[in-house]
Structure formats: C-alpha cells, structure tokens
Design a protein around this ligand. Structure first.
Ligand SMILES: [Fe+2]
Ligand SMILES: [Fe+2]
Length: 319
C-alpha cells in the first residue's frame, strides 16, 4: 500500500489512506492501519474458514482405511492432508491480524466460532468421497477464487495456493463419480444416492440469500468479498448442470431448467430451515465433529509441547 498525499503534499489521515488503497485495488498488509471492524470481520471470516478446513478432514478421513484400491487411498490421503495444510495457512494468515492460533482453536472447541455447516453431514458410502470432491470442493472453489483478489494481502495470497489444491480435489471427486457412474448398476445407484444427498447442502455453502445476509454489504465495500452469495450460488449451479450430464447423473431438483431470458439455470427453493437447524448445532454430526476435534487436540498436546521444547533449545543454541 502506498502513502497517499493530500493537496498540500502532507500525509493523509490513516483512514483516508486505507480507503484510497481499497478503492485503488491495492492490498492492505499486516502493518498498515485498518479500521477495527475490518480487522474483526477478517478474523471472523478467516477463523471460520480455517476451522472448516480442519473439521472438513473428518468426514473423508472416515473412508481412508476403506478406500477400494491403493490408488484411491493415496489420492484421498493426499487430499485430507491438503485440508490440514489449508487450515495451517489460514491460521497463520489470521495471526498476522494479532490473534493467536490457540485463541482461535479455543473458540472453536468452546463452540464460540463456526465452521461450514456442510461438514455436519455424514459420509455414508464410498461415493460420498466423490460427491464431496465434486460438489463441496467445487463450491469451495467457486467461493474462494474471488478471494484471491481479497483486499487483505495475507488472505489473498493464501487463497492462491489453496485454490490450486482445491482444483485437484474437485477433479478427483469428479473422476471417482465418473468411474462409479460407468460401473455396475449398484455402483451407479451409489453415486446417484450420494449426489442426491450432497446437492442441497452444497448450495447452502454459499450462505443465506442476499436478502438476509447481514455481513455482505460492508464486506463488498471493503473488497473482502467480490460477489454476493446468490451470485456465487448461481455460478455454481450453472457449472454443475452440464457436469452432471457428462457424469450420467441427475441433480435432485425438479425445478432445474435453463432460463433463456436470464442466461442461467433456474433452480428450486432451498430449505433454509434445515440450514439454520444445522447451524444451531442440530445437524446429524455436529456433536461428533466437535468432540472428535477436541479429542484430537488433547491427544496432540505432546506434539505441541515437543515442538515448543525443540524450538526453545535451538533459540538457546543460537543465542
Ligand atoms: Fe481446503
Ligand atoms: Fe478441498
């Protein structure tokens, strides 16, 4: 971010420098002045995003030991490890705003910060791994590609790498579903069942409709967000319909049809009551996900202690 000079050639007030940088599409960096609400909004969004990455490891990790071949197991392990890495980039990016990873994890474990509601649904069959890759990672990419141009530098830069990895996730899911869809009748049915269960929750991943989204306007003005929830949801539907056709699978929405006038696919109403219930903690797996996360954190205490002791020993040796 470059300094902005006023008409007299003197430096402007920090708020004006910030506004001018955002208007000029420059990046805000950790040491730059920023409004408290901008910082708080970013911390909330990045924390929720980081939490979603690490909680999102659970539904799929559930299938690693039961992957049908060595190739599928290697792909799934790589994908789940990527998600752990995404969590780490994002916690690190959030730390540049003055919040520690410990603090964010404590809030997650205490139920004071959220993660994406999609991860409160169960993975019932192997085909769910494919449906998650195709639809859930696909929806994540649609949401995250515009975040590569987010006004906050560390978040935008973390997103560039994350999006490349998400693209691999989406493709492996698509390829897995294609194999099942072209397989036996039972395999095809399993793929269709998974898509039937994951389609609507994937559409909910874009958040509430624009008419009800409380944070959107300010986030758009700050260029944290570049498109509204409904715009991104529509973009996702438009991408998925032809892909479902190539997969030989159907999407579970009788109202889905091309609208010549709008140049988009129309789709049926989303069950926002279900979305709110899952957010309130009443989804099929909320309890299981958070207790598993707490347990993993407790069981990992010795790793954190060992890493801290190792770092301290090296600091001493360097001093
Ligand atoms: Fe991810
Ligand atoms: Fe992913």
């Amino acid at each position: 971010m470059t300094a902005v000079l006023d008409a007299a050639g003197g430096a402007s007030a920090p708020a004006e420098v910030f506004e001018a940088a955002v208007a000029a599409d420059e990046r805000i960096e950790p040491r730059d002045w920023m409004p408290d609400a901008y910082r708080a909004t970013l911390v909330r969004q990045m924390a929720q995003h980081a939490h979603s990455e690490i909680i999102g490891m659970q539904p799929e990790a559930n299938w690693i030991t039961r992957a049908p071949s060595l190739r599928r197991k290697a792909i799934l392990m790589a994908k789940v490890q990527d998600e752990a890495g995404h969590g780490l980039y994002l916690y690190s990016a959030a730390e540049t705003l003055g919040t520690s990873r410990e603090e964010l994890l404590d809030k997650l474990h205490a139920g004071r910060q959220r993660y994406s509601s999609i991860f409160n649904y169960p993975t019932l069959t192997w085909a769910d791994v494919g449906a998650i890759g195709w639809l859930v990672d696909g929806a994540a990419i649609t949401n995250q590609v515009p975040l590569c141009r987010c006004s906050y530098g560390p978040y935008a830069r973390a997103m560039v790498r994350i999006c490349k990895e998400e693209s691999f996730h989406q493709r492996q899911g698509y390829e897995l579903l294609l194999a099942l869809s072209r397989g036996t009748e039972a395999q095809h049915a399993m793929a269709q069942d998974a898509v039937d269960r994951w389609w609507w929750p994937s559409l909910m991943m874009f958040g509430p409709p624009d008419s009800e989204s409380s944070h959107s306007d300010q986030s758009m003005a700050w260029k944290i967000k570049r498109h509204s929830n409904d715009e991104l949801r529509q973009r996702f539907v438009d991408i998925c319909v032809p892909q479902a056709e190539s997969l030989g699978l159907t999407l579970p929405d009788p109202d889905l049809r091309w609208n010549e006038q709008r140049g988009h696919y129309d789709f049926g109403p989303i069950d926002w009551d279900e979305f709110r219930e899952v957010l309130r903690g009443n989804g099929p797996c909320n309890e299981e996900r958070i207790s598993q996360r707490r347990r993993a954190h407790e069981e990992g205490a010795w790793v954190r202690e060992a890493a801290a002791a190792y770092a301290a020993k090296h600091r001493e040796a360097d001093a």
